[in-house]
Write a protein that binds this ligand. Sequence first.
Ligand code: GDP
Ligand code: MG
Length: 300
Amino acid sequence: MTSEFVCGFVAVVGRPNVGKSTLINEILGSKVSIVSPKPQTTRHRILGVHTADDYQAVFIDTPGLHRDAGRAMNRLMNRTAAAALMDAEVILFVCEAHTWREEDDDVLKRLRNAKAPVIAVLNKVDQVAKKDRLLGTIAEMADRFDFAEIVPVSAKSGDNVPTLLKTLRGYLPVSPPLFPPEMLTDRSEAFQISELIREKLTLQLRDELPYGSTVQIEKSDRDADTGRRIIHAVIWVERDSQKGIVIGKGGSMLKSIGQSARREISRRLGEPVHLELWVKVKSNWANNEQDLQNLGYDRP
Ligand code: GDP
Ligand code: MG
């Protein structure tokens, strides 16, 4: 007996840093969404398409919902996450198996009016030393919300992710695939390259700085003589003082960011690339609607 093909949108929500992007990358077997231990790593709505023999799940990675909705970029990120909820047939609410925070409650509150079934994903079980604690945690979760399912996983090791997918499949509507099976994401190559650079920037810079910076690809073509791939990218910051920090002593910071970005971009594109990075100041870009749009922050 063959089962009918099912397909639908799956919104992945949760406070920053619980592992939403890591989970999607693990399911797709490819980094479509960048990952770091810092909040605001995911700023855009990114589709991750997972196609199997009898289903297609279209994951919508979302920026975590932010409490501080002061700046235009944070408001935009909150709107993006809220819009994803409206589009989804199933919602994956991701949290940490070992830590529950007030911010988790904030996200759950927003799910009260959602029509779609909500599956709770208790992530990072690899960090739970005593596995018998998990049963208690699952019971607590069931008290917090009327979840359709509660599934513990480790997005990092892939532990129990197949069970999550099998469970998720049961909630998708009968539908032909919406995207070609070989497609992994709706995002352009240039977008993915800019995000890989922003990931390295976020990983290497301390504290507040990553939040004031963004990356724009200015040029991506080939050297006429050598045929080698050349990419020019600008790191935009908000203030002159930040520019100095990104460049570092004698250019050391920029060099190190460029090296690790170039390595990963080359691996991704399957060919060596020449990457040139510039740092430029655009004062207050993250609080300016027009700048945001020009820098690729689309409205939901
Ligand atoms: P997001 O903000 O929810 O998208 O979270 P990310 O996917 O960017 O991950 C935040 C941090 O948690 C990163 O440092 C990840 O490596 C880490 N992380 C994600 N999933 C797991 C997991 O299953 N186990 C462990 N130990 N760390 C994880
Ligand atoms: Mg993320």
